[in-house]
Every structure is written in structure tokens, then in C-alpha cells.
Write a protein that binds this ligand. Sequence first.
Ligand SMILES: [Zn+2]
Ligand SMILES: [Zn+2]
Length: 67
Amino acid sequence: MAGTLKQCPNCGYKISGGFFSGSYFWVNKCNNCSRYFCFTCNGSNGGKRCPHCYSEKYSKYQEVNRV
Ligand SMILES: [Zn+2]
Ligand SMILES: [Zn+2]
């Protein structure tokens, strides 16, 4: 395992303080196309579906921690 991610591999979102009150968020991996997305990715419907193929079958991949 390569440890935790620093940003979303898809949209590049990262926690750097400000409006997001948590200290981490989840990057999900699509079970259909094996690509990654998070809750801020365009078209992910808040992280509830894959913005690439619109599948709603995904699993949690890694946490992105506050930098
Ligand atoms: Zn997908
Ligand atoms: Zn993202």
C-alpha cells in the first residue's frame, strides 16, 4: 500500500482548510471501469456514482487527508 492520497486522482480536489470542516474524504473506485472519483468530481452526484461511466457500483479506495 502506498499510504494515503494527497488529492483526488480525478479532479485534484484536496483539503487545504476553509469551507470543508472534515479532515479527510474518501476517494472511490468504480467497480465497472476501475477509475477513481470523489464527492466533488463533476458528475459524481456527490460521490454516489462514477462520473466516467455513471455506474453506481463502487467501493471505497483510499482516504485523502488534510494537507
Ligand atoms: Zn465507472
Ligand atoms: Zn474528485
